[in-house]
Design a protein around this ligand. Sequence first.
Ligand code: GLU
Length: 312
Amino acid sequence: MAAAVDGGAPDLAGLLERIAADVAPLIGSGTPAEYIPALAEVDPRHFGMAVADLDGNVHGVGDWRVPFSAQSITKVFALALALAEGGDSLWRRVGREPSGNPFNSLVQLEHENGIPRNPFINAGALVVTDRLQTLTGDASSELLEFLRAESGNPDVSFDAEVAASEHEHGDRNAALAHFMASYGNIDNPVPALLDHYFWQCSIAMSCADLARAGLFLARHGLRADGSRLLTRSEAKQVNAVMLTCGTYDAAGEFAYRVGLPGKSGVGGGIVAVVPGRCALAVWSPGLDSRGNSVAGVAALDRFTTLTGLSVF
Ligand code: GLU
Protein backbone atom coordinates (compact mmCIF):
# COMPACT_ATOMS: atom_id res chain seq x y z
CA MET A 1 0.00 0.00 0.00
CA ALA A 2 2.89 2.39 0.66
CA ALA A 3 3.23 2.97 -3.09
CA ALA A 4 -0.26 4.41 -3.37
CA VAL A 5 0.78 8.05 -3.31
CA ASP A 6 3.64 7.68 -5.76
CA GLY A 7 1.44 7.73 -8.80
CA GLY A 8 -0.69 4.63 -8.38
CA ALA A 9 -4.00 6.39 -9.00
CA PRO A 10 -6.12 3.23 -8.98
CA ASP A 11 -4.50 2.17 -5.69
CA LEU A 12 -5.13 5.57 -4.22
CA ALA A 13 -8.77 5.63 -5.33
CA GLY A 14 -9.29 2.21 -3.75
CA LEU A 15 -7.51 3.27 -0.60
CA LEU A 16 -9.70 6.35 -0.21
CA GLU A 17 -12.86 4.30 -0.79
CA ARG A 18 -11.74 1.87 1.87
CA ILE A 19 -11.01 4.65 4.36
CA ALA A 20 -14.41 6.23 3.68
CA ALA A 21 -16.08 2.87 4.33
CA ASP A 22 -14.05 2.32 7.51
CA VAL A 23 -15.01 5.69 9.01
CA ALA A 24 -18.63 5.69 7.77
CA PRO A 25 -20.00 4.70 11.22
CA LEU A 26 -18.38 7.83 12.70
CA ILE A 27 -19.76 10.31 10.16
CA GLY A 28 -22.32 12.50 11.87
CA SER A 29 -20.95 11.84 15.36
CA GLY A 30 -19.58 14.73 17.37
CA THR A 31 -21.08 18.22 17.14
CA PRO A 32 -20.53 21.01 14.62
CA ALA A 33 -19.10 24.17 16.19
CA GLU A 34 -21.94 26.00 17.88
CA TYR A 35 -20.34 29.26 18.97
CA ILE A 36 -20.32 30.53 15.37
CA PRO A 37 -24.00 30.22 14.34
CA ALA A 38 -23.24 30.05 10.61
CA LEU A 39 -21.16 26.91 11.23
CA ALA A 40 -23.76 25.26 13.48
CA GLU A 41 -26.13 25.10 10.48
CA VAL A 42 -23.85 22.86 8.37
CA ASP A 43 -25.10 19.30 7.82
CA PRO A 44 -22.93 17.07 10.06
CA ARG A 45 -23.23 14.11 7.66
CA HIS A 46 -20.70 15.51 5.20
CA PHE A 47 -17.47 13.60 4.71
CA GLY A 48 -14.75 14.22 2.15
CA MET A 49 -11.08 13.43 1.81
CA ALA A 50 -8.45 14.35 -0.78
CA VAL A 51 -4.80 13.51 -1.33
CA ALA A 52 -2.55 15.67 -3.53
CA ASP A 53 0.76 14.35 -4.83
CA LEU A 54 3.79 16.58 -5.27
CA ASP A 55 2.82 17.41 -8.86
CA GLY A 56 -0.58 18.66 -7.75
CA ASN A 57 -2.62 15.66 -8.94
CA VAL A 58 -5.51 15.16 -6.54
CA HIS A 59 -7.66 12.15 -5.76
CA GLY A 60 -10.61 12.24 -3.47
CA VAL A 61 -13.62 10.54 -2.03
CA GLY A 62 -17.04 11.69 -0.80
CA ASP A 63 -17.57 15.45 -0.57
CA TRP A 64 -14.00 16.25 -1.53
CA ARG A 65 -15.01 19.00 -3.94
CA VAL A 66 -17.51 20.74 -1.63
CA PRO A 67 -16.26 24.04 -0.14
CA PHE A 68 -16.47 24.41 3.64
CA SER A 69 -15.26 26.94 6.18
CA ALA A 70 -11.50 26.52 6.51
CA GLN A 71 -11.39 28.45 9.81
CA SER A 72 -8.20 27.80 11.76
CA ILE A 73 -6.60 25.85 8.94
CA THR A 74 -5.91 29.27 7.42
CA LYS A 75 -3.57 29.94 10.35
CA VAL A 76 -0.94 27.70 8.75
CA PHE A 77 -0.99 29.67 5.51
CA ALA A 78 -0.96 33.03 7.29
CA LEU A 79 2.04 31.88 9.32
CA ALA A 80 3.89 30.76 6.20
CA LEU A 81 3.22 34.10 4.47
CA ALA A 82 4.28 36.12 7.53
CA LEU A 83 7.53 34.16 7.75
CA ALA A 84 8.13 34.44 4.02
CA GLU A 85 7.52 38.20 3.97
CA GLY A 86 8.98 39.18 7.29
CA GLY A 87 11.40 36.49 8.48
CA ASP A 88 11.79 34.95 11.88
CA SER A 89 11.58 38.12 13.97
CA LEU A 90 7.93 37.02 14.27
CA TRP A 91 9.06 34.51 16.86
CA ARG A 92 9.86 37.35 19.27
CA ARG A 93 6.10 37.99 19.46
CA VAL A 94 4.71 34.45 19.54
CA GLY A 95 6.02 31.19 21.01
CA ARG A 96 6.25 27.65 19.69
CA GLU A 97 5.00 25.55 22.57
CA PRO A 98 1.73 23.66 22.88
CA SER A 99 -0.58 25.65 25.10
CA GLY A 100 -2.34 22.97 27.11
CA ASN A 101 -5.29 25.39 27.20
CA PRO A 102 -8.31 25.83 24.90
CA PHE A 103 -7.61 27.63 21.62
CA ASN A 104 -9.41 30.80 22.72
CA SER A 105 -8.13 30.96 26.30
CA LEU A 106 -7.23 34.27 27.90
CA VAL A 107 -5.70 32.81 31.06
CA GLN A 108 -2.17 32.03 29.90
CA LEU A 109 -1.71 35.37 28.16
CA GLU A 110 -1.53 37.35 31.37
CA HIS A 111 1.05 35.03 32.92
CA GLU A 112 3.13 35.28 29.76
CA ASN A 113 2.91 39.05 29.32
CA GLY A 114 0.85 39.09 26.18
CA ILE A 115 3.08 36.69 24.20
CA PRO A 116 0.86 33.84 22.97
CA ARG A 117 2.14 30.29 23.31
CA ASN A 118 2.00 29.44 19.61
CA PRO A 119 0.71 30.76 16.26
CA PHE A 120 -2.22 28.33 16.10
CA ILE A 121 -4.16 29.33 19.19
CA ASN A 122 -6.35 32.34 18.45
CA ALA A 123 -4.12 34.81 20.29
CA GLY A 124 -1.08 33.64 18.33
CA ALA A 125 -2.96 33.75 15.04
CA LEU A 126 -4.04 37.32 15.77
CA VAL A 127 -0.37 38.27 16.21
CA VAL A 128 0.49 36.55 12.92
CA THR A 129 -2.32 38.33 11.06
CA ASP A 130 -1.24 41.61 12.65
CA ARG A 131 2.29 41.02 11.36
CA LEU A 132 1.01 40.13 7.91
CA GLN A 133 -1.14 43.27 7.90
CA THR A 134 1.90 45.41 8.72
CA LEU A 135 3.96 43.68 6.04
CA THR A 136 1.40 43.72 3.24
CA GLY A 137 -1.22 46.36 4.07
CA ASP A 138 -4.03 43.88 3.32
CA ALA A 139 -3.52 40.62 5.19
CA SER A 140 -6.76 38.84 4.29
CA SER A 141 -6.60 39.64 0.56
CA GLU A 142 -2.95 38.61 0.44
CA LEU A 143 -3.88 35.31 2.04
CA LEU A 144 -6.83 34.76 -0.29
CA GLU A 145 -4.66 35.36 -3.37
CA PHE A 146 -2.05 32.95 -2.06
CA LEU A 147 -4.67 30.25 -1.46
CA ARG A 148 -6.16 30.76 -4.92
CA ALA A 149 -2.74 30.43 -6.52
CA GLU A 150 -1.66 27.37 -4.56
CA SER A 151 -4.98 25.54 -4.89
CA GLY A 152 -5.19 26.43 -8.59
CA ASN A 153 -8.78 27.49 -7.93
CA PRO A 154 -9.61 31.15 -8.65
CA ASP A 155 -13.06 30.62 -7.09
CA VAL A 156 -11.72 30.21 -3.55
CA SER A 157 -13.49 33.03 -1.69
CA PHE A 158 -14.38 34.65 1.58
CA ASP A 159 -17.76 33.65 3.01
CA ALA A 160 -19.43 36.91 3.99
CA GLU A 161 -22.09 35.17 6.09
CA VAL A 162 -19.51 33.31 8.17
CA ALA A 163 -17.38 36.44 8.57
CA ALA A 164 -20.42 38.40 9.78
CA SER A 165 -21.42 35.60 12.15
CA GLU A 166 -17.92 35.61 13.64
CA HIS A 167 -17.99 39.36 14.00
CA GLU A 168 -21.25 39.23 15.87
CA HIS A 169 -19.93 36.59 18.24
CA GLY A 170 -16.34 37.79 18.32
CA ASP A 171 -16.10 39.22 21.83
CA ARG A 172 -13.51 36.72 22.95
CA ASN A 173 -11.23 37.31 19.98
CA ALA A 174 -11.66 41.05 20.53
CA ALA A 175 -10.70 40.56 24.16
CA LEU A 176 -7.59 38.61 23.18
CA ALA A 177 -6.54 41.28 20.69
CA HIS A 178 -7.11 44.19 23.06
CA PHE A 179 -5.33 42.37 25.85
CA MET A 180 -2.26 41.76 23.70
CA ALA A 181 -2.41 45.36 22.48
CA SER A 182 -2.18 46.43 26.12
CA TYR A 183 1.19 44.62 26.24
CA GLY A 184 2.34 46.30 23.02
CA ASN A 185 2.12 43.06 21.04
CA ILE A 186 -0.36 44.32 18.39
CA ASP A 187 0.75 47.00 15.91
CA ASN A 188 -2.46 47.71 13.98
CA PRO A 189 -5.75 49.14 15.28
CA VAL A 190 -7.63 46.24 16.89
CA PRO A 191 -10.90 46.70 14.91
CA ALA A 192 -9.02 46.52 11.59
CA LEU A 193 -7.04 43.50 12.77
CA LEU A 194 -10.24 41.69 13.81
CA ASP A 195 -11.77 42.39 10.41
CA HIS A 196 -8.84 40.75 8.65
CA TYR A 197 -8.83 37.84 11.09
CA PHE A 198 -12.56 37.13 10.62
CA TRP A 199 -12.30 37.38 6.83
CA GLN A 200 -9.32 35.05 6.99
CA CYS A 201 -11.21 32.46 9.05
CA SER A 202 -14.23 32.66 6.75
CA ILE A 203 -12.37 31.48 3.63
CA ALA A 204 -14.25 28.57 2.07
CA MET A 205 -12.26 25.79 0.42
CA SER A 206 -12.80 22.16 -0.51
CA CYS A 207 -10.61 19.22 0.49
CA ALA A 208 -9.18 19.29 -3.05
CA ASP A 209 -8.29 22.99 -2.68
CA LEU A 210 -6.76 22.53 0.75
CA ALA A 211 -4.73 19.44 -0.15
CA ARG A 212 -3.23 21.29 -3.13
CA ALA A 213 -2.65 24.46 -1.12
CA GLY A 214 -0.80 22.46 1.55
CA LEU A 215 1.65 21.01 -0.94
CA PHE A 216 4.26 23.72 -0.43
CA LEU A 217 4.87 22.15 2.97
CA ALA A 218 5.28 18.70 1.41
CA ARG A 219 7.64 20.25 -1.18
CA HIS A 220 9.88 21.65 1.57
CA GLY A 221 8.85 25.25 0.86
CA LEU A 222 8.36 25.27 -2.93
CA ARG A 223 5.16 26.80 -4.32
CA ALA A 224 2.98 25.36 -7.08
CA ASP A 225 4.80 27.49 -9.70
CA GLY A 226 8.19 26.20 -8.55
CA SER A 227 9.21 29.42 -6.79
CA ARG A 228 10.38 29.25 -3.21
CA LEU A 229 8.09 30.53 -0.45
CA LEU A 230 9.99 29.20 2.55
CA THR A 231 13.48 27.87 3.02
CA ARG A 232 13.67 24.15 3.59
CA SER A 233 14.40 24.87 7.21
CA GLU A 234 11.38 27.20 7.60
CA ALA A 235 9.12 24.58 6.00
CA LYS A 236 10.42 22.06 8.53
CA GLN A 237 9.70 24.54 11.32
CA VAL A 238 6.11 25.16 10.20
CA ASN A 239 5.52 21.40 9.92
CA ALA A 240 6.98 20.95 13.41
CA VAL A 241 4.68 23.58 14.91
CA MET A 242 1.73 21.92 13.18
CA LEU A 243 2.69 18.59 14.69
CA THR A 244 3.06 19.96 18.22
CA CYS A 245 0.33 22.64 18.23
CA GLY A 246 -1.92 22.13 15.19
CA THR A 247 -4.85 20.22 16.63
CA TYR A 248 -5.89 22.26 19.66
CA ASP A 249 -5.37 20.68 23.01
CA ALA A 250 -5.19 17.22 21.46
CA ALA A 251 -1.94 17.50 19.49
CA GLY A 252 -0.39 14.65 21.49
CA GLU A 253 -3.30 12.35 20.71
CA PHE A 254 -3.25 13.40 17.03
CA ALA A 255 0.50 12.73 16.78
CA TYR A 256 -0.05 9.36 18.45
CA ARG A 257 -2.87 8.32 16.16
CA VAL A 258 -1.90 9.97 12.86
CA GLY A 259 1.82 10.69 13.09
CA LEU A 260 1.75 13.66 10.70
CA PRO A 261 1.88 17.46 10.98
CA GLY A 262 -1.76 18.55 10.85
CA LYS A 263 -3.91 21.62 11.37
CA SER A 264 -7.59 21.44 12.16
CA GLY A 265 -10.34 24.05 12.11
CA VAL A 266 -13.71 24.32 13.82
CA GLY A 267 -15.37 23.96 10.40
CA GLY A 268 -14.43 20.26 10.67
CA GLY A 269 -11.52 20.30 8.25
CA ILE A 270 -7.98 19.04 8.81
CA VAL A 271 -4.93 19.47 6.57
CA ALA A 272 -2.03 17.05 7.03
CA VAL A 273 1.37 16.84 5.39
CA VAL A 274 3.62 13.92 4.51
CA PRO A 275 6.88 15.81 3.83
CA GLY A 276 8.41 14.81 0.51
CA ARG A 277 5.31 12.83 -0.53
CA CYS A 278 1.88 14.43 -0.43
CA ALA A 279 -0.63 16.65 1.34
CA LEU A 280 -4.06 15.55 2.54
CA ALA A 281 -7.25 17.24 3.55
CA VAL A 282 -10.29 15.76 5.21
CA TRP A 283 -13.62 17.26 6.22
CA SER A 284 -16.51 16.19 8.38
CA PRO A 285 -18.23 18.81 10.55
CA GLY A 286 -18.86 16.73 13.71
CA LEU A 287 -16.23 17.76 16.26
CA ASP A 288 -14.98 15.98 19.37
CA SER A 289 -14.73 17.74 22.75
CA ARG A 290 -11.33 19.25 21.78
CA GLY A 291 -12.64 20.73 18.52
CA ASN A 292 -11.21 18.20 16.03
CA SER A 293 -13.34 16.41 13.42
CA VAL A 294 -14.22 12.94 14.73
CA ALA A 295 -14.42 11.24 11.33
CA GLY A 296 -11.56 13.40 10.01
CA VAL A 297 -9.04 12.29 12.61
CA ALA A 298 -10.17 8.68 12.19
CA ALA A 299 -9.72 8.91 8.40
CA LEU A 300 -6.18 10.28 8.74
CA ASP A 301 -5.44 7.59 11.30
CA ARG A 302 -6.60 4.95 8.79
CA PHE A 303 -4.55 6.59 6.01
CA THR A 304 -1.25 6.44 7.89
CA THR A 305 -2.00 2.99 9.27
CA LEU A 306 -2.85 1.53 5.85
CA THR A 307 -0.05 3.24 3.90
CA GLY A 308 2.69 3.29 6.53
CA LEU A 309 3.28 6.93 5.55
CA SER A 310 4.04 9.07 8.59
CA VAL A 311 6.92 11.16 9.87
CA PHE A 312 7.78 8.44 12.39
N1 GLU B 1 -12.72 31.78 13.63
C1 GLU B 1 -12.58 30.88 14.72
C2 GLU B 1 -12.32 31.67 15.98
O1 GLU B 1 -11.56 32.55 15.96
C3 GLU B 1 -11.44 29.93 14.43
C4 GLU B 1 -11.40 28.86 15.43
C5 GLU B 1 -10.82 27.59 14.93
O2 GLU B 1 -11.08 27.11 13.83
O3 GLU B 1 -10.09 27.03 15.74
O4 GLU B 1 -12.90 31.43 17.00
